[in-house]
Design a protein around this ligand. Structure first.
Ligand SMILES: NC(=O)c1ccc[n+]([C@@H]2O[C@H](COP(=O)([O-])OP(=O)(O)OC[C@H]3O[C@@H](n4cnc5c(N)ncnc54)[C@H](O)[C@@H]3O)[C@@H](O)[C@H]2O)c1
Length: 339
């Protein structure tokens, strides 16, 4: 099998590539990545010279490149995206280009060359749950509430429409919040861990009552491979971690695991359009494909902290880069002095 993975220099894509190289000794992977601020060659440093891995620099919006690459592979797994909600609130254009146009280009090429396509999406396309609402499932209505999730929802619809209209051989997965090694230090857990390692506080937007359902990126990667191989064409599969936890309780757990005081928590204004709760019902993938999360939240978080302790050479240069500083400064101004 020859696989095209998009966005493999990002967080989850890199976990997926490592998982496939490890678990499928016959498979070859081409990783198409535009190396945006979130994509980093240091994220794939350990596999750069792997004999069954090849990096292709470029954008999923580049029609000719996408056509050439897809013609020569058997299947495509699409992770590439603009992924940070806060950034989408300030500038939606890159989200529209990569998440919508880019997905459209991949779909067109897969149709043209009759290739299998798996689209990686998020539970954020379903909007936000109230405290007692039933969890999201495959039949939940689409109701995105921020520009990031709106563009991911549009991409999901393009895939669904192409399955319906053209018989695209596609599957979709909608997954909840991921954590683990290589999480870019602009998301809650990676900022919190790296700040704490630098002796700075954990910043919580609002009162911290927002609930997230954390899943380890390795569990997500396992699920994507399973869907690619055994998922029913045209179907959507939800993946969750079974770890519903408020942001405040997540911060407290993190401080406990790091042996630090809860005085390290700082509260700042909530961001506009903050979703209150995400939670996923993953019965379908569990019963049809036998998947369930294997990493407990505490074990995964402990391992994540350890990884950031041991891999400062990965995250410190990112935090010192010009692009990161510019983004960081904007957050400091908005939050009144903390990030
Ligand atoms: N992080 C989560 O918690 C989460 C949860 C559910 C779903 N997802 C989805 O999983 C996928 C991967 O998320 P992530 O957190 O690893 O993202 P990330 O931001 O860490 O990485 C995204 C990668 O895509 C690349 N990329 C961006 N634009 C590109 C373009 N035009 N062409 C080629 N490459 C491009 C970047 O360089 C980067 O390597 C996304 O589709 C996201 O919506 C993420």
């Amino acid at each position: 099998m020859k696989l095209l993975v998009t966005g493999g220099c990002g967080f989850i894509g890199s976990h997926f590539i490592r998982h496939v190289l490890d678990q499928r000794p016959e498979w070859n992977i081409v990783n198409l990545d535009a190396l945006t601020y979130a994509g980093n060659l240091s994220t794939t440093l350990d596999i750069q010279t792997h004999p069954r891995y090849r990096f292709a620099y470029g954008s999923v919006t580049d029609r000719d490149l996408v056509n050439t690459l897809i013609e020569s592979v058997d299947a495509v797994v699409h992770f590439a995206a603009e992924t940070h909600v806060d950034r989408s609130l300030h500038d939606v254009e890159p989200f529209i280009l990569t998440n919508i146009l880019g997905t459209g280009r991949l779909i067109d090429a897969c149709r043209r060359y009759n290739k299998r396509f798996h689209h990686v999406s998020t539970d954020e396309v379903f909007g936000s749950l109230g405290p007692t609402d039933p969890k999201f499932y495959e039949g939940s209505p689409y109701a995105p509430l921020n520009p990031y999730s709106a563009t991911k929802a549009a991409a999901d619809h393009l895939v669904r429409a192409s399955v319906h209209t053209h018989g695209l051989q596609a599957t979709i997965s909608n997954c909840t919040n991921n954590y683990g090694a290589y999480l870019y230090p602009e998301k809650f857990l990676s900022i919190a861990i790296t700040n704490l390692l630098e002796g700075r506080p954990v910043v919580i937007h609002g009162d911290g009552s927002q609930v997230r359902d954390w899943i380890h990126a390795q569990d997500h990667a396992r699920g994507v491979l399973l869907i690619l191989e055994k998922g029913k064409l045209g179907e959507t599969y939800m993946m969750g971690g079974g770890n519903e936890c408020s942001i405040l309780d997540t911060a407290k757990t993190l401080l406990r695991l790091m042996g630090l005081s809860q005085d390290m928590i700082r509260f700042v204004n909530d961001r506009p359009g903050q979703d209150r709760r995400y939670a996923i019902e993953y019965t379908k993938i569990q019963t049809e494909l036998g998947w369930q999360p294997q990493v407990s939240f505490e074990d995964g978080l402990r391992e994540m902290v350890q990884w950031y302790r041991e891999n400062k050479q990965w995250w410190a240069p990112i935090k010192q880069s010009a692009g990161y500083s510019e983004w960081y400064q904007k957050q400091v101004e908005r939050n009144g002095g903390h990030v």
